[in-house]
Design a protein around this ligand. Structure first.
Ligand code: NAG
Ligand code: NAG
Ligand code: NAG
Ligand code: NAG
Length: 385
């Protein structure tokens, strides 16, 4: 009789978790997007760094890229959900499952996705942090873009898409890296507990072999864009300007080594994915956010500066569901604006429309106009139209 031990069972289970070699869904401009997030640096400092400058020669430097607020965590959440819901701290939050994310959008077209977080102990790990061999925090949930969303963490299929860098290396070797990827190095390599130079040296050493990978199964068999960016600036006293560098074969050769001054924020990750893969919108700040210019150039999408550019600061969170201030700072999760169309040329995701149907007559802060809000330029709630 075959006796299956619990550990055999676990191994079988984990092997079964390798991403299905599902068909690539081609984008209008690129087929794969990988965003790697470093921590807490100002644009003006990053561009002086020699390792960053070395990588810059191979890509497009986005020179007007702004994080959404401080501290770290709200920026990670904003990039996949189109709002940070007033979050102004790094403590544990659970975003209710009536809030949709990029994952729901990608699912409409069967586009594979994943999150890789260095030293995340395993798929399904939902604690706030894990400790390294010296007892220091290593992986942290606040730098995991996806894990705080109940629409992801209550769903086993989705939870198993959140893995460690070891899994990334395996998927890279096997040619199974998904089409939409968010990645965070650990607390040392992302610069959080180290220095700007430590993190850019890590980034150079991590990225060069990948950029130069000539294996048949490399990322480059499809048009891939890698974004190296920061969650937020270091200086809380100035507008939240960060550096973002785009690399890879998804970019036109002619743009390598250039700079792009289009106004961009973390919401642009959502708008760019929607524009590239003809996806619906979440009906939040993703609608109206600019699309990465190299992609907009191909699709004909028209970008513009925010109408309230003069008040841009993005340093202080506005009131909202997760704000830890007074009762006046806490607001319900706003209804998405069900009348919006996004950069994918489509309306609101049907699942979002049905979840929020009863609130279609309520005022919403999202108007698709691309205005940027923070604790000083406070969101304006208007009828949905
Ligand atoms: C809210 O979070 C901020 C940032 O982490 C912290 O400085 C502040 O003490 C917190 N306020 C409360 C009332 O917990
Ligand atoms: C990083 O710093 C935090 C305090 O901000 C500390 O709790 C943590 O253990 C440190 N992690 C590492 C890997 O040094
Ligand atoms: C769970 O995730 C899968 C894959 O993303 C999705 O197809 C399914 O609809 C989700 N289930 C629920 C209940 O959200
Ligand atoms: C969404 O979930 C939050 C938290 O459970 C709840 O307060 C809110 O009423 C829900 N909204 C809708 C439209 O279901």
């Amino acid at each position: 009789m075959l006796y299956i031990t619990p550990s055999c069972f676990l191994v079988g289970f984990l092997v079964g978790l390798a991403p299905a070699n599902s068909a690539i869904v081609p984008g209008r401009v690129f087929d794969r997007f990988i965003s790697i997030w470093l921590e807490n640096q100002d644009f003006v400092e990053v561009i002086k760094d020699p390792d960053f400058a070395h990588l810059k020669r191979r890509g497009i430097l986005q020179t007007r890229y702004y994080a959404n607020t401080h501290p770290s965590q709200p920026n990670y959440l904003a990039s996949v959900a189109g709002d940070y819901f007033g979050l102004n701290h790094d403590e544990r939050v659970r975003v209710p499952d009536n809030v949709s994310t990029i994952v729901d959008l990608l699912d409409t077209r069967g586009i594979s996705w994943g999150g890789y977080f260095e030293h995340m102990p395993g798929p399904g790990y939902l604690a706030d942090f894990s400790l390294d061999a010296h007892g220091a925090w290593d992986y942290v949930k606040k730098h995991n873009h996806f894990a705080s969303f109940d629409s992801i963490n209550k769903n086993g299929t989705r939870l198993t898409q959140l893995r460690s860098f070891d899994a990334f290396r395996r998927h890279l070797a096997a040619g199974t890296v998904p089409q939409f990827v968010m990645m965070s190095p650990d607390m040392l390599n992302d610069g959080h507990n180290t220095t700007l130079a430590y993190a850019t040296k890590w980034a150079r050493e991590f990225l060069l072999p990948i950029l130069e990978d000539t294996r048949a199964h490399s990322l480059w068999k499809e048009r891939t864009v890698i974004q190296l960016t920061y969650d937020e600036s270091d200086d809380y006293g100035k507008p939240n300007r960060i550096a973002s560098l785009l690399l890879g074969t998804g970019l036109p050769e002619s743009l390598k080594g250039t700079e792009d001054g289009t106004f961009t924020t973390h919401y642009s990750v959502l708008a760019t994915a929607q524009n590239n893969w003809d996806l619906p919108t979440l009906g939040r700040y993703d609608a109206g956010a600019n699309v990465f210019q190299f992609a907009a150039d191909v699709t004909g999408h028209v970008n513009r500066d925010p109408p309230n550019l003069a008040t841009l600061d993005n340093s202080l969170s506005y009131a909202g569901f997760f704000h830890n201030g007074t009762a006046a700072d806490r607001l319900p999760i706003p209804p998405p604006n069900l009348k919006l169309a996004g950069a994918g040329g489509k309306g609101v995701l049907p699942q979002v429309a049905s979840t929020w149907e009863a609130f279609a007559g309520d005022r919403s802060p999202y108007d698709g106009g691309g205005a940027v809000y923070d604790g000083k330029a406070i969101p304006v709630y208007k009828p949905q139209e």
